[in-house]
Design a protein around this ligand. Structure first.
Ligand SMILES: Nc1ncnc2c1ncn2[C@@H]1O[C@H](COP(=O)(O)OP(=O)(O)OP(=O)(O)O)[C@@H](O)[C@H]1O
Ligand SMILES: Nc1ncnc2c1ncn2[C@@H]1O[C@H](COP(=O)(O)OP(=O)(O)OP(=O)(O)O)[C@@H](O)[C@H]1O
Ligand SMILES: [Mg+2]
Ligand SMILES: [Mg+2]
Lengths: 298, 298
């Protein structure tokens, strides 16, 4: 089983980026405690907002190539993907450590283990929003990403693709390149309406463009255990797609959002713990553990 | 000054729909306390998710025509917009009251004043996401909405347009039809990155397609006064565009999100108050008051 996973939901703000970034990082890093072996992971940002790079403190001005270059590249020869296009684990580690000291000016020592070894990033920026119009007239516009990834797909254990909040050509490219789709659903009312819309779109893509696409899982995000609305939405989603909803709900926790400001995903910034700063980290580690278990069961 | 206002921000989940719905409703209803006279308002939903209709308890299956029909209609003759396309104030009132009794089964009496007189709604649904591809080959694809609204623009005091979380053809149509753009910004870190992206896009639209487009205002949403990150984002946005940020920040309040579940905007569901259920309503009424004051100053 090749794990190429699109993290998608056209509803805005449901934690697609936060989930893609923390899942990819936890899979790459691995943890004995959560029984997740380290793995080689590629994180692809297919959203022109480019929030994946920000999540690791990577400065946009320093980025040489992005997903835009990959999608519109017409030269046809095998691209030197690994060296030219991807941000390496060393560069990601360097950016995180620099971003950390910028945010924590008064502390001397950068945490020893703030670093990552097995994670590569294909970043994006605003130019990517031009790709939708530019590609719309080209033959095979929906499968550009799948073709571009073919030469390197075997070098990774997991490829995780963050997508924009829409069902346009960029998300369709991600859903064609992927064989799995992972769906974060915010525990709020409008999210219910979007969920059935997404289910229909996945069915359409399965029928017309990518027969292999299957739903890997659904994660409930920004859950507030005290709110009747939150629990109502969780129950509704559970009843629509019972076996796919991950057991670990991700609660709304300030430290998860603050991690983006510090420039490192919460799973490596905060030590997992039952409460306090590490609560969100623990929840994303448990989610990753369940991801790994479900892969093993296949 | 014709007030045609696009509520836009390509960042997902920053409260575009919640702001468009509450602003349009408060402008239509009016309030002596907040010194806002009642006005004739058209709310247009240009997001395929169709969350505006949901906000008033309007059932999607009952909708006859949507924004999709308006945008792709090629017959060219003057469309019978008001009767055929728009949901009337009576129908909106009826939907809200029905949705209210469904959610509050045990209570007998529907609140007397749960109703609206001066608000018309052009709803949308999933078909609208097909419009982006269908229109992309047509001449004048960016100005379809502006042309379609021309015959009825003088019948309303305010036209408020909700947009999807992207800068595709649908949002561009809204920004071409509008002479003002109102920008909700969530007080979270990723939102900062999106904000400068949006500023650049607005400049491009001003230069190339709609010389009249100006920024009417920026509203900080889902603010948490206790969070350093939240205050940091508010300060950053304030420093980038000082005179345009509305004085009233909208806090993250559960009752604002729950109103969508009940099927009525919080400004008419909850009596404005300093704390408790009416706090969000008061904040959106203050925002509407400031909107009205800024219109007066022009
Ligand atoms: N568990 C959480 N607790 C608190 N805040 C969260 C959590 N997960 C995400 N957030 C915050 O909520 C906001 C939305 O999350 P995020 O940007 O990841 O969603 P998205 O689906 O990628 O949005 P978009 O649709 O714009 O791409 C961000 O500001 C993020 O920091
Ligand atoms: N002030 C608030 N307090 C609490 N929740 C809020 C507030 N405003 C909006 N919400 C909730 O946050 C979520 C996002 O808001 P909303 O859907 O209005 O944003 P949007 O920008 O329209 O999203 P999209 O990008 O998907 O169109 C919704 O579930 C909404 O109910
Ligand atoms: Mg995102
Ligand atoms: Mg919306």
């Amino acid at each position: 089983y090749k794990m190429v996973v699109a993290v998608a939901n056209q509803k805005g703000g449901c934690a697609k980026t936060t989930t893609a970034v923390n899942l990819a990082t936890a899979l790459a890093k691995g943890s004995k405690k959560f029984k997740v072996p380290p793995a080689k992971v590629l994180l692809i940002d297919l959203d022109p907002q480019g929030n994946c790079a920000t999540s690791f403190g990577v400065e946009k001005k320093k980025i040489k190539k992005t997903a835009y270059d990959l999608l519109v590249n017409d030269s046809g020869e095998d691209l030197p993907l690994m060296e030219e296009y991807l941000i390496s684990p060393e560069q990601i580690t360097d950016s995180m450590r620099k971003a950390w000291s910028k945010r924590n000016e008064n502390s001397k020592r950068i945490p020893e283990d703030l670093g990552i070894e097995n994670l590569w990033l294909l970043p994006s920026d605003i130019h990517l929003s031009g790709a939708e119009i530019e590609l719309s007239h080209r033959i095979g516009r929906e499968t550009r990403l799948r073709e571009a990834l073919a030469p390197i797909i075997d070098q990774f254990d997991h490829i995780i693709i963050d997508t924009p909040p829409s069902l346009g050509l960029l998300s369709i490219n991600a859903l064609c390149a992927a064989n799995w789709v992972f769906i974060p659903v915010q525990a709020e009312y409008y999210a219910l309406e979007g969920f059935s819309m997404l289910m229909n779109s996945v069915k359409m893509i399965q029928k017309r463009i990518n027969r292999n696409l299957k739903i890997f899982g659904v994660a409930m995000t920004m859950v507030d255990m005290r709110s009747k609305l939150s629990l109502h939405v969780c129950n509704e989603v559970q009843s629509k797609i019972p076996r796919k909803v991950f057991k670990t709900p991700i609660r709304r926790l300030a430290k998860v959002a603050e991690a983006a400001w510090t420039g490192a995903p919460t799973v490596i910034l905060n030590k997992p713990s039952n409460s306090g700063a590490g609560a969100g980290s623990k929840e994303y580690w448990s989610l990753t553990k369940e991801y790994h278990e479900r892969v093993q069961e296949m």
